[in-house]
Design a protein around this ligand. Structure first.
Ligand code: SF4
Length: 267
């Protein structure tokens, strides 16, 4: 069953008696806490267990440090079983001399049927997994031109806690401490400054994959308020990558920049 997408979706599941057994003052407050990832549905003892089970989160993926070659090898094996020419046409990539050529962060990567990769830049496994998933399963849906946060993508609520912890929070910390983050995003990863959106101090668009832009918005700290960083995705992003692959992509990007900052002495 699709995870609830809004506070009201969650509120509708509750019995609305405001019994306070969950230690929230009202059912609406509980729904908001679930939406924000601070509480989970199981903590309402009044909610039938079959409903709780139907919205249970998928098992979490391995942490960034734990990932190994196994999922990459499995995806490369699947790559050997598909028609790369058809895949290139489907996802807006090129096909040349038996290789699918795709632009990742604006730079060309070639994949042949054995899964061998030709590239000028290094990307970590957390980025490689969504790239391979995109080649295998992406529908090639063009951007709809409307930005939405991660939680509004299909399945986003179920992955929100991990996504924030491994993705946005890591990037925000890097942005707070490493002064060249946004310059690197533009110069090394082909990012483009855009008119500041949502009253952010900095807004730029990254293109980790064709047809898959990500809008980065950063609000600087001010007057005792902490900084904030939010990524926005195209409304149709979940047609080109499933939610787990989007999570993996963002975690991969965040940890690439975290390493880059550490290499320059900012960590
Ligand atoms: S325990 Fe459930 S029914 Fe009671 S207030 Fe909390 S959310 Fe509402």
């Amino acid at each position: 069953m699709q995870a609830p997408q809004t506070i009201m979706d969650i509120f509708k599941l509750l019995n609305k008696t405001n019994c306070r057994k969950c230690n929230e003052k009202t059912c609406l407050a509980f729904a908001a806490a679930v939406f924000q990832g601070r509480r989970s549905l199981e903590e309402c003892p009044e909610l039938p267990r079959d409903i709780v089970r139907s919205f249970r989160k998928p098992s979490p993926p391995p942490l960034i440090e734990e990932i190994n070659n196994a999922p990459i090898d499995a995806l490369k094996k699947r790559l050997s079983e598909i028609d790369l020419r058809e895949a290139a046409a489907r996802i807006g990539a090129k096909y040349e001399s038996g290789r699918l050529i795709i632009r990742i962060f604006g730079k060309e990567f070639g994949f042949d049927a054995t899964g061998a990769i030709t590239t000028d830049i290094h990307v970590n496994h957390w980025v490689l997994i969504p790239v391979l998933t995109h080649i295998l399963e992406g529908k090639g849906v063009p951007p709809a031109g409307r930005w939405v946060p991660f939680r509004e993508l299909e399945g986003g609520m179920a992955w929100l806690g991990l996504y924030e912890q491994q993705g946005e929070k890591v990037l925000r910390k890097v942005a707070d401490t490493y002064p060249d983050l946004f310059r690197d995003m533009i110069e090394m990863f082909n990012g483009k400054r855009v008119e500041n959106l949502y009253e952010a101090d900095i807004s730029l668009v990254l293109n980790p994959l064709p047809l898959f832009p990500i809008l980065v918005c950063y609000w600087m700290p001010e007057e005792g308020m902490a900084s904030s960083l939010t990524l926005f995705f195209d409304k149709g992003a979940d047609q080109n990558l499933d939610i787990q692959a989007i999570y993996s992509l963002v975690a991969g990007i965040a940890h690439m920049f975290e390493k880059l900052a550490a290499r320059h002495g900012f960590s």
